[in-house]
Design a protein. Structure first.
Length: 376
């Protein structure tokens, strides 16, 4: 008797900010398992319309020649051009699938520039905190009570101990960081009030790199804020290479420059998969007597300095990066390194890819796509 493979229905997961840098890699990673069907909600504020068609094309290119209809369906992504600060637009997405129709949410959508948040705090609180509140209210209405929240190492501000465990007090030192602490608090309180909810907050350290195919990667609007994409843009001539500034070389670190914990974007995306699996009702990660809320650091657990990053990007690209040392930047702390053991012990997640791989994959994407996905 021939055996027919059992077709497991795909779990519908809503990814907010799905067309962004992290979102596109998370969607790729979820749909690649062929267990999840992603619905993306993004208002296009910081994303290119082509990002998700590239994800679909990449998924299709990885299918076997005899792919079934189920396999082909698993490469398609439903997209909604909707804004989280508009309740009616969120409701319209949930309404399409009905009560209980969406299994869970990965909530990534946010504004993320620390410096900008100092200039326009109300915009940040509205987008990141009110947007989260409206999303949670709509989820409640539509009986969707599982959420993965995109938090950040910025919630720790200037931490008292390195590496940083999750038990560290939350004391962000920018409006952006505050929006992350506030959103975590709201989600935590909701889980305390109602045992139907389960939530995991992922505190990312510094995601970097791109999918190794070079098909998807980071495509920031304007001049990149972060060092690695800035170097990649300098490498392809999108940003003037004479403008690289190193903010301080007199920190108490081995070479005097700031040290940060970088993890590969695909490792980070895998972390979301581990977290989603842990949201199941029978999950062991939640303490049965308390709220079903947990926060985990996602980092490599090792630090690299600004000079080490410049050297690694030089090796990956062959480009000689000239820089000038300027004064320290307000708010920069000498070292931020994750203690990643809780995620390893409880979620079974461990980032493994080294800085050289992040630089290689970043450069592969940038050199194949000097203008990213194109102007937007
Ligand atoms: N990239 C990092 O270094 C980093 C580090 C720590 C935490 N995070 C967090 O990870 C998440 C994703 O970051 P990213 O690097 O992918 O940023 P990104 O800007 O590439 O992606 C965010 C996406 O959210 C969308 N968005 C923003 N506001 C929206 C709204 N009101 N409604 C609908 N869509 C909206 C944007 O268009 C964008 O596509 C953010 O919450 C960010 O704070 C990022």
């Amino acid at each position: 008797m021939s055996q027919v493979a059992e077709i497991v229905p795909l779990r519908k997961v809503l990814v907010t900010g799905g067309a962004g840098y992290i979102g596109s890699h998370v969607i790729y990673t979820l749909q690649k398992t062929r267990r999840y069907k992603v619905i993306s909600l993004d208002n296009g504020y910081n994303s290119h319309p082509d990002a998700l068609s590239r994800v679909s094309a990449l998924l299709r290119s990885e299918l076997p020649a005899d792919a079934s209809e189920h396999d082909i369906e698993s490469t398609e992504i439903e997209t909604h051009n909707s804004d989280l600060t508009r309740r009616d637009e969120i409701r319209a997405v949930f309404e399409k699938y009905g009560k209980g129709g969406i299994w869970g949410v990965v909530h990534l959508a946010a504004h993320k520039a620390v410096g900008e948040s100092v200039e326009i705090p109300l915009t940040y609180y509205e987008n990141n905190v009110a947007g989260t509140l409206f999303l949670l209210q709509t989820m409640k209405e539509y009986e969707c009570t599982r959420i993965i929240y995109s938090s950040s190492a910025t919630v720790y501000g200037t931490p008292p101990t390195i590496p940083i465990p999750e038990t560290t007090r939350l004391e962000a030192d920018s409006p952006y960081g505050n929006t992350k602490v506030m959103s975590e608090t709201i989600i935590h309180d909701l889980c305390c009030a109602d045992s139907k909810w389960s939530a995991i907050s992922l505190r990312y350290f510094n995601p970097a790199g791109a999918h190794p195919s070079g098909q998807i990667g980071e495509h920031p609007k304007g001049r990149p804020e972060n060092l690695l994409p800035l170097l990649a843009h300098m490498g392809v001539g999108r940003v003037d290479a004479a403008t690289l500034q190193v903010f301080g070389n007199d920190y108490p670190t081995p070479d005097g420059t700031c040290v940060r914990d970088y993890l590969h974007i695909i490792d980070l995306a895998e972390g979301h998969l581990s977290a989603l699996e842990a949201l199941n009702q029978d999950s062991k990660v939640f303490d049965t007597s308390g709220a079903r809320f947990k926060a985990y650091n996602l980092g490599l657990g090792r630090g690299v300095s600004v000079f080490e990053i410049i050297a690694a990007m030089h090796k990956a690209t062959g480009v000689e990066f000239k820089y000038e040392i300027v004064g320290r930047r307000r708010g920069d702390v000498p070292k931020l390194i994750a203690d990643p053991t809780l995620a390893e012990n409880e979620l079974g997640f461990k980032a493994t890819q080294e800085l050289s791989v992040m630089c290689r994959d970043l450069w592969n994407f940038q050199s194949k796509n000097p203008d990213g996905y194109g102007e937007f």
